[in-house]
Design a protein around this ligand. Structure first.
Ligand code: NAD
Length: 492
């Protein structure tokens, strides 16, 4: 039998085998085949990475921004040259379709492109003569060592909401990928190595809770970015903040999509289906509830049910497949239990994906698109993040009721409206309590040059990932007030 490869860490410019005895199998969610084994690195390996990063920071912060971004230009080229291989790796370990994986890597590359503008983005401000002969300036300086703790659902993209900006601003960095999908970052670090970045500037430590806790507690780590579920986000936020760190934590979501009677039915159905079932519903911006307003109760319900039934489910590597599996068998069981919970709460399982019957993939974690009708807006299922291909339908009579439902929710990651009315769109944009709003858009993912703006329990912190928010997050401001003696010319 072929031996399964174990993944190394990348610390101080070296690939090193973890000293741990604990490894997890990384499985292909479509086939249950073991792809690699990932080490659950002990705290001492995080400490090694931090020491290397702290040492590298001394000269990296002195490297001119114009030189720092040259490494990012090289990285952009390498990511583009290797996009197909990276996309295939994402599909292998995460299950999404190849097209979805390619799109994910495009988003990662966009963030590298934006961070290449750091010589402009990192500039400070100044004002002469704040008093006679006195000038004041605000400059931005890097923090030191920063780290990201990433989730499973976008193994290629999510660290790029942070890492390129951190590096471009002159910080050094540690990435802790999700232990469920560590292969993609392994390949990305092989490319980072090829850019010729000096040792210690970027470090990769695989692992789970012990590695995370070591990151949260290490006194030399100045800033932490986290993306994952809300309970873990709260834990990371409070423990890292108690340790005096700058923290930004993106959490879970329960995203509503509102369909007004004047919406374009064909377009709305297509976009709503992509939002709810794309990436098998494992997107923090997946629509999870569709609220039908007025007569759309019947028209939209019928149309979305038909679309859901037609979606082609299978191995994401195969052409024609529109939806892959969910990440683990535990996740599949949890989603199936939640579908049952919805039925127990009185919903009708209008389209039931629990018996997927995907020929040749009996061991895969498949669920077909599922639609729950007449979901109780006050019930558990309308409030719980399912993170699978399940769309709950709720019917209301007015846009006001729909906005009130959105605003009563715990999360605030995204809310979408489908309408042809500018006035309704304006009202929605103004009143809906979510940080990312879609108007006739089903996945309102901000481009790299806008911040990824979750609200409420979808985000803990102040500055978000991407764009100028990331530049602010990865720098500290210094204000200098200067007065020079009038007779300075006598020195020469
Ligand atoms: P998760 O919270 O289980 O894990 C995220 C990271 O935290 C992983 O690296 C994991 O190793 C670590 N971790 C998990 N439990 C921990 C613990 N008890 N102590 C310390 N570290 C721990 O999340 P996931 O299942 O990988 O990802 C799915 C979740 O991420 C969903 O809730 C989804 O909505 C959310 N998400 C949010 C966004 C966003 O932008 N808001 C984006 C993507 C995913």
């Amino acid at each position: 039998m072929e031996k399964v490869m174990t993944l190394p860490n990348y610390i101080n410019g070296q690939w090193c085998t973890s000293s741990t005895m604990e490894y997890l199998d990384v499985l292909n969610p479509a086939t249950a085949e073991i792809l690699v084994k990932v080490p659950l690195s002990p705290a001492c390996e995080v400490n090694e990475a931090v020491e290397a990063a702290a040492e590298a920071f001394v000269s990296w912060r002195r490297t001119p921004p114009t030189e720092r971004v040259q490494y990012l230009f090289k990285l952009k080229n390498l990511l583009e040259e290797n996009l197909e291989d990276l996309a295939r790796t994402i599909t292998l370990e995460c299950g999404k379709t190849l097209a979805e994986s390619q799109g994910e890597m495009q988003r990662a590359i966009e963030n590298v492109e934006v961070a290449c503008g750091i010589p402009m983005m990192m500039q400070g401000t100044n004002l002469e003569d704040i008093a006679r002969g006195i000038d004041e300036m605000m400059i931005r300086q890097p923090l030191g060592v920063a780290a990201v703790i990433a989730p499973f659902n976008f193994p290629g993209m999510i660290p790029f909401w942070f890492m390129p900006y951190a590096l471009a601003c002159g910080n050094t960095y540690i990435v802790k990928p999700s232990e469920k999908v560590p292969l993609t970052m392994q390949k990305i670090f092989q490319l980072l190595e090829k850019t010729g970045l000096p040792k210690g500037i970027v470090n990769l430590v695989n692992g789970a809770k012990e590695a995370v806790d070591a990151i949260l507690d290490h006194p030399k780590i100045r800033a932490i970015s986290f993306v994952g579920s809300t309970p873990v986000a709260k834990y990371i936020y409070s423990r890292a903040a108690a340790n005096g760190k700058r923290v930004q934590c993106q959490g879970g979501a329960k995203n509503p999509l509102i369909v007004l009677p004047d919406a374009d039915l064909e377009m709305t159905t297509r976009i709503a289906a992509d939002s709810a079932f794309g990436c098998a519903g494992q997107r923090c911006l997946a629509a999870s509830i569709a609220v039908t307003v007025g007569q759309t109760r019947h028209t939209f319900t019928e149309a979305i049910a038909e679309t859901a039934k037609k979606r082609v489910v299978g191995n994401g590597l195969e052409s024609g497949v529109e939806m892959g599996p969910v990440i683990t068998t535990q996740s599949k069981t949890r989603i199936e239990d939640l579908i049952q919970k919805g039925a127990d709460e009185g919903a009708t399982v209008l389209v039931d994906g629990r018996d997927p019957n995907i020929s040749g993939y009996e061991n895969g974690n498949f669920i077909r698109p599922t639609i729950l009708q007449n979901v109780d807006p006050a019930g558990e299922i309308a409030r719980t993040e399912i993170f699978g291909p399940v769309l709950s339908l709720i019917h209301l009579e007015t846009i006001e009721q729909a906005i009130a439902l959105i605003n009563s929710g715990q999360y605030g990651n995204m809310a979408c409206l489908f309408t042809t009315s500018g006035a309704a769109a304006r009202k929605f944009r103004y009143e809906a309590e979510a940080g990312n709003i879609g108007i006739n858009i089903g996945v309102a993912a901000p481009m790299a040059f806008f911040p990824f703006s979750g609200w409420k329990e979808s985000f803990f912190g102040d500055l978000h990932g991407q764009s100028n928010h990331a530049v602010e997050f990865f720098t500290q401001t210094k204000v200098v007030v200067e007065r020079w003696p009038k007779d300075w010319s006598r020195q020469f």
